[in-house]
Design a binder for this molecule. Structure first.
Ligand code: GLC
Length: 472
């Protein structure tokens, strides 16, 4: 089976968030299983491994009434073929998104994904699009390509990684920029706006999201950012598949970024060395207290406000706190201030630093992830793999991957409602657990042995793809 995985970012080439991890790792797992999965992303200015790309050809892509240049490059990484679509006017900029013309940039990209197929000696059975940046591909396929031999058997899957970002613009961009005329506008029109994600929800053969719980949550207005009614209509084609993590990159037994390597058998010694190194790095007391950590964007929906509310209480309980992240100024200032007021107890790093993140996953005892909503979340799985016990709110993928250890079987501590008291209670239970030394070691081992590899999730995608190709 041939799958074209269209995304706006993919590791190891370009990354701003979890989508890149998925677009890097899922195709690799599918290829390992014999699926011919290829990935297509824009050729950004900051792309890594640029000097390894091979030029294939160039062609014109319709953007409204204009035709824009598109270069096609490719590169094979870990057995996966990646295609890169080049247009310097759209992509030779620093950063991936956040520009005034993002709508036009990704309308171009979504259309170029289809145009490129004329120039490849390869045809996908399915195009799997991801998030609003590639949401117009299924729309264009239905409007302009369906009647062509090369395209009439192609099916589409649309994966929602986060429904908060829908690609919403004024209706005026439809005709001139997107090339969608008034007669067809209803396909992408929603609530008085052009909404790219809405177009994909209408046109894709299947809609997936990144955890079973999130697939149910987005049918509820509290989570759906306005799209629940539409999704309830399309529920027959909606399902959730939990993401995996790259267990080769995230392996404490081989990770070159951490001070000592360890596995589920040898962790007590190796993890203790990592903890000591982390405490030294942040000048923490090393008095035997548990280290709680947060590696996150410091924004509201990650639950940072709850952590802020209980931070003093945690310190009073003798916990050491380490925070790594960037985001809203108020949170950055709060945690910097905490570190200044509690030397030896709190360590804060404002910024993103991939190596330090791994050191924290390895060196901390407890990992905080009290998100307000979390479509899947990858950090809680990475934390488990490094033997750092997650405290999470029961939402989205957090609910599907972390189970409370109260019953003696789980791999973390969970709480249901979004309030600081419940988070505090879960942290308190985690701290009590930590002091029960033998029980804690059993819990750590159990968390490390959870199978969050893509092998499991890739099988679910294969099942889904088989179902989609058999649709008439
Ligand atoms: C988005 C979601 C996150 C998910 C990731 C990969 O970033 O917010 O929960 O893990 O996509 O699917």
């Amino acid at each position: 089976m041939n799958i074209l995985y269209a995304a706006s970012e993919a590791t190891p080439f370009a990354k701003s968030g979890g989508l890149a991890d998925v677009a890097g790792a899922l195709p690799k797992a599918l290829v390992k299983d014999g699926v011919d999965c290829r990935v297509v992303i824009p050729l950004y200015e900051d792309l890594r491994f640029k000097d390894e790309l091979q030029y294939i050809t160039n062609f014109g892509v319709p953007v409204g009434w204009r035709s824009q240049y598109c270069g096609l490059f490719s590169c094979v990484k870990d057995g996966v073929t990646f295609y890169f679509l080049d247009n310097e006017y759209y992509f030779k900029r620093s950063g991936l998104y956040g520009f005034y013309d993002d709508g036009e940039r990704f309308a171009f990209f979504s259309r170029a994904v289809l145009e490129m197929l004329f120039y490849l000696d390869w045809n996908p059975n399915i195009i799997n699009c991801n998030d609003w940046q590639t949401a117009l591909t299924p729309v264009y396929l239905n409007l302009y390509y369906r009647h062509l031999d090369k395209f009439n058997h192609i099916k589409t899957v649309f994966t929602i990684h986060n429904i908060a970002y829908q690609g919403k613009y004024g209706l005026e961009i439809l005709e001139d920029t997107c090339g969608i005329n008034a007669r067809d506008a209803h396909i992408v029109e929603f609530d008085g706006c052009a909404n790219f994600m809405k177009g994909a929800i209408e046109c894709a053969d299947k809609i997936t999201t990144v955890s079973p719980t999130y697939a149910r949550e987005i049918l509820d207005p509290w989570f759906s950012h306005g799209l629940d009614g539409l999704l309830r209509q399309k529920q027959y084609k909606l399902c959730g598949i939990l993401n995996g993590i790259d267990t080769v990159v995230n392996d404490p037994a081989t990770d070159p970024n951490i001070p000592a390597n360890y596995d589920a058998e040898t962790f007590p010694e190796g993890k203790a060395l990592c903890k000591k190194a982390l405490q030294e790095k942040f000048n923490l007391n090393q008095d035997g207290s548990p280290v709680m950590a947060m590696v996150s964007r410091l924004v509201g929906h990650k639950g940072v406000d709850l952590v802020r509310d209980i931070a003093e209480g945690l310190i009073d309980q003798g916990i050491e706190l380490v925070v790594l992240g960037t985001g809203e100024y108020a949170y950055e200032a709060f945690f910097s201030d905490m570190a200044a007021r509690h030397p030896g107890r709190v360590g804060t790093y404002i910024g993103f630093n991939a190596k330090l993140a791994q050191e924290i996953y390895a060196g901390a005892d407890i990992f905080l992830m009290p998100s307000k909503s979390e479509p899947c979340g990858l950090s809680q799985m990475v934390a488990c793999r490094y033997g750092t016990i997650p405290v999470v709110r029961e939402t989205g993928g957090l609910r599907d991957s972390i189970h409370d250890s109260g019953d003696g079987y789980g791999n973390g501590f969970t709480f249901a409602n979004y309030n600081a008291h419940e988070l505090y209670e879960a942290c308190w239970r985690a701290k009590e657990g930590y002091w029960k030394h033998d029980g804690w070691q059993i819990l750590v081992k159990r968390a490390m042995e959870c199978d969050f590899s893509w092998d499991v999730s890739a099988k679910s995608y294969e099942g889904l793809y088989n179902e989609v190709v058999s649709l008439w």
